[in-house]
Design a protein around this ligand. Structure first.
Ligand SMILES: C[S@@+](CC[C@H](N)C(=O)[O-])C[C@H]1O[C@@H](n2cnc3c(N)ncnc32)[C@H](O)[C@@H]1O
Length: 260
């Protein structure tokens, strides 16, 4: 790592609590270099000085680091497995489920699970916690207003039932909104919840180093209740799940091995 970039990562950590050294370096450095150059700074030292004095540059940097793309029912086949196999399994001995959507971005993922439960498992009592490191996306998530593109994978009956069209945008039903609790949480720094029946964490671990991922998988495993499930993104299979006390249940779903 060049000294200039290394120093930048240290200053960003002090200022924002985001440890860039735990994100894959080549990819992150490329993203930040192109932003820095676009703003006309020759090196990361002068770029950081500018960020320190300009809140807009700071917000832009956070946006570039966090990569917030999301959508409802992202990879729809996986949501069918969730409905047909995973939820029936975890509800067998438990009518009260705790669900955590980690790195939830603008809320599409936790609201997808809230809709799915409301539609197919109305008898269940569920607590849905949704977290992200980025306060801006959490504010947007709480509003629950989306462009049509974000709903393209959602079955049309669910779209019609749970959204109200307002001009070119779609607002989520307020009863669904009330089912999700949004909170700021940094997967690399903060304490994890416990006794979670289902953790959904998708399309963020790809950005982390193997070392950071390893720690996060251990933490997820500890956060899960016995037989709880971890649902990961479609490029994020875990190669040795038993290292973390997990076993493969279905593609991209891992179950915590029960500990007596
Ligand atoms: C590509 S989005 C994924 C959204 C959603 N999970 C999905 O799959 O559609 C990645 C999210 O990870 C969040 N993120 C990045 N680093 C994080 C960290 N250290 N802790 C928590 N969230 C983080 C970003 O803010 C962003 O909203």
């Amino acid at each position: 790592m060049s000294d200039d970039y290394q120093l930048f990562t240290e200053k960003v950590y002090t200022k924002l609590g985001i440890d860039l050294q735990k994100y894959k370096e080549a990819q992150m450095k490329r993203r930040l270099t192109s932003l820095r150059e676009k703003r006309g700074y020759q090196d990361f030292t002068s770029y950081f000085n500018a960020i320190n004095q300009d809140i807009n540059l700071l917000h832009e940097l956070v946006d570039r680091i966090t990569i917030n793309v999301s959508e409802f029912y992202r990879n729809p086949k996986r949501w069918e497995v969730l409905r047909d196999t995973v939820i029936p399994l975890i509800k067998m001995n438990n009518q009260e489920l705790t669900i955590w959507s980690a790195a939830c971005s603008t809320g599409e993922e936790p609201y997808s699970i809230a809709i799915l439960l409301n539609e197919y498992f109305p008898e269940l009592n569920t607590k849905i916690l949704a977290t992200d490191i980025d306060e801006k996306v959490l504010a947007k998530a709480k509003k629950g207003i989306y462009v049509e593109q974000a709903l393209k994978e959602l079955p049309t009956n669910l779209k019609a039932k749970y959204f109200k069209q307002k001009g070119s945008q779609f607002e989520i039903d307020s009863a669904i909104k009330r089912k999700v609790i949004f909170k700021k949480h940094n997967l690399l720094e903060d304490k994890y919840p416990t006794q979670v029946d289902l953790i959904i964490c998708r399309n963020v671990l790809i950005y982390f180093t193997d070392y950071a991922k390893d720690t996060i998988y251990h933490n997820f495993s500890k956060a899960l209740a016995n037989n709880g499930i971890l649902f990961v993104g479609s490029t994020e299979q875990i190669f040795s799940p038993n290292k973390y006390g997990l076993t493969l249940l279905d593609t991209f779903f891992y179950q915590k091995i029960s500990q007596s």
